[in-house]
Design a protein around this ligand. Structure first.
Ligand SMILES: Cc1ncc(COP(=O)(O)O)c(C=O)c1O
Length: 366
């Protein structure tokens, strides 16, 4: 008899990552594979980041400085805040997990958007919290009024301990306004921690003053990542920004060496490469327009996106289409795991990759 895991663990559905090109090459014998499934940067990392990583590799016999002081100083300078307002993690995923471990008690209420990013639910359930999904509005943005109402609790339901918000949202790419966010922050109870995940912030043509919100709201933590526009998904670096006293419990429990020396160096160099950032954002914005045009041509509904991906409703079960695209060497993300079985989420690629996807989709849909 195997030793049973904690019931909280057994109840967690496994995270479904995008397929890797290697898997598709091996399993389908296709040599030339395009991956548009995990919202990575098709331009790759900044050359400055690659050079910094190579330099750092020569120091690879040494443990990293666990709290990433140099990267936190660089982030502090970029944000105009002090370094103790930052915690660096092994991807923003680690920051979500640390927030859950530090703040959630069994039975605590946690409010998440649906459809939304699965990691919030996983870390909350891991701690035995009760997850309450709140549907998006029809445009694919968070319904902040509904989320605030659920977070407030009523009668015998205490206020939520944690609310996760994503802007732009994954998988829709939808955003909410600064005014709606201000109303939300005013409405949520003071004992509720609000986590705003800005993984796709740089692609957004309507960003708001996040720093101002963090300064004004003691219970707000913002997360960002180097995995998307900075092209460092394989390095695993993300960070959280919030009041030092809110982050202190996370520092107390974090794995002392979770972010490698190489990843810290790459992230700091990437932060300094404004030109790579600009090119990456421009490419994604152009590519979004191309994908919208494709949807119009094929008569497919799509959601307006402020991120580097577009959610497309195929109007039919997406699984066979996904499969047929794979056979043509194009990996997209089926949205069934988000509860959207007729949709696919397509990462914006290079113009050539977008054309390749378009040709494959036209052929598959006949
Ligand atoms: C909304 C959102 N937040 C966070 C992440 C994870 O980022 P990281 O690679 O920093 O763990 C992703 C990755 O897909 C995401 O879509």
């Amino acid at each position: 008899m195997p030793i049973p895991a904690r019931p909280e663990v057994a109840a967690i559905p496994p995270y479904v990552p995008g397929l890797s090109p290697g898997e598709v090459m091996r399993e389908l014998g296709i040599a030339d594979v395009v991956k548009l499934a995990s919202n990575e940067n098709p331009l790759g990392p900044s050359p400055l980041a690659v050079a910094a990583a190579a330099r750092a590799a020569a120091q690879g016999h040494l443990y990293p400085e666990g709290t990433a002081p140099s990267l936190r100083r660089a982030l502090a300078a970029a944000w105009g805040l002090e370094p103790d307002w930052f915690i660096v993690g092994n991807g923003s995923d680690e920051v979500f997990r640390l927030l859950a471990e530090a703040y959630l008690r069994p039975g605590d209420r946690v409010v998440v958007p649906t459809p939304g990013f699965a990691a919030y639910t996983i870390v909350a359930r891991l701690m035995g919290a009760a997850v309450e999904p709140v549907p998006l509005d029809p445009a694919g943005a968070m319904d902040l009024a509904a989320m605030a109402a659920v977070a407030a609790g009523t009668g015998d339901r205490p206020p939520a301990r944690l609310v996760f918000l994503t802007r732009p949202n994954n998988p829709t790419g939808g955003v909410f306004s600064a005014e709606a966010f201000a109303r939300f922050l005013a409405a949520v109870p003071p004992e509720t921690l609000v986590v705003l995940d800005e993984a796709y912030r740089e692609y957004d043509s309507t960003p708001f003053d996040t720093r101002g919100f963090v300064l004004a709201h003691p219970h707000l933590v913002v997360t960002r990542t180097f995995s998307k526009v900075y092209g460092l998904a394989g390095f695993r670096v993300g960070y959280g920004v919030g009041r030092p006293e809110v982050l202190a419990p996370l520092f107390a429990i974090r794995d002392p060496f979770s972010v490698s020396l190489i990843a810290q160096a790459a992230a700091e160099a990437a932060l300094a490469d404004a030109e790579h950032l600009r090119r990456s954002v421009a490419l994604a914005r152009e590519g979004r327009e191309f994908l919208y045009g494709l949807c119009r041509e094929l008569g497919l509904r799509h959601w307006p996106s402020e991120a580097n991906f577009v959610l497309i409703d195929l109007g039919r079960p997406a699984a066979p289409v996904h499969e047929a695209l794979l056979r043509r060497g194009v990996i997209v993300r089926p949205a069934a795991s988000f509860g959207l079985p007729t949709c696919i989420r397509v990462t914006v690629g290079t113009p050539e990759q977008n054309q390749r996807f378009a040709a494959a989709l036209r052929a598959v849909l006949g």
